[in-house]
Design a protein around this ligand. Structure first.
Ligand SMILES: Nc1ncnc2c1ncn2[C@@H]1O[C@H](COP(=O)(O)OP(=O)(O)OP(=O)(O)O)[C@@H](O)[C@H]1O
Ligand SMILES: [Mg+2]
Length: 211
């Protein structure tokens, strides 16, 4: 069972982890983009933390909607609208709920990833955040249907995202700014896949004790 407080803890951890990896994400984006992904994401999550310092969200849907709207208005670039869609779809799925189940989380994550795909039109193998997100959804679903404990299922999802992230290295980018480089985009890890992995790792860490 995940509560509104658990979601607040997740988002706080996301903000911490993104801040700690800001320069790393900038470095990755410098190789195949315009060196702003870490700065964009950090600005966005710091703005989210400022919002939550002012207002306490009533339920999970409202919390995620605030995250979505704040990211959309502060992150910019390609990642802003995409992560905005991610959290907005999740918010829609969990609207009005103060407590959700593991199955609800899987459905919400799935809706979030589908939203990113609809918005960005990226497929698996295009060297984007989708390459971390899709394997995570599959691993989470598989683990839950195998009857694995929620904390272990979250860990499996984060590990699948990490593997998907690493597997972006040899890929040639077919979406976003990195695609302008063509073959020269190969040999570098995708920044968006990396931030997606970090967000899912944050969930696995803060919800490790949740059953
Ligand atoms: N169509 C897409 N679908 C999914 N993810 C995408 C898409 N285009 C880009 N991305 C992700 O966004 C990341 C880049 O985000 P970033 O914040 O650096 O935006 P940007 O590319 O600099 O934006 P802009 O080109 O508008 O300045 C990429 O690493 C990739 O994972
Ligand atoms: Mg960029």
């Amino acid at each position: 069972m995940l509560t509104t407080t658990d979601f607040l803890r997740w988002i706080e951890r996301c903000a911490e982890v993104i801040a700690a990896n800001r320069d790393y994400l900038v470095e990755l984006d410098a190789a195949i983009g315009d060196a702003d992904h870490g700065a964009n994401m950090d600005r966005g999550f710091q703005a989210v933390m400022q919002k939550f310092a002012q207002e306490n969200p009533a339920e999970i849907g409202a919390l995620l909607k605030t995250v979505a709207m704040t990211l959309i208005s502060t992150v910019g670039g390609a990642a802003g609208p995409l992560y905005g869609t991610f959290f907005l779809q999740m918010a829609t799925k969990l609207a009005g709920k103060a407590e959700i189940s593991a199955a609800d989380w899987a459905a919400a994550l799935e809706a979030a990833v589908q939203g990113v795909q609809q918005r960005g039109k990226a497929e698996a193998g295009d060297k984007t955040m989708i390459d971390a997100l899709l394997p995570a959804v599959t691993a989470l679903r598989q683990a839950l249907s195998d009857g694995v404990a929620f904390s272990a299922a979250l860990k499996a999802a984060a590990q699948a995202a990490e593997q998907g992230m690493r597997e972006t290295i040899p890929l040639v980018a077919r979406k976003g700014r990195a695609s302008y480089l063509g073959e020269r985009s190969a040999g570098h890890q995708d920044p968006g896949a990396t931030s997606s992995y970090l967000l899912l790792k944050a969930a696995a860490e803060v919800w490790a004790g949740v059953e």
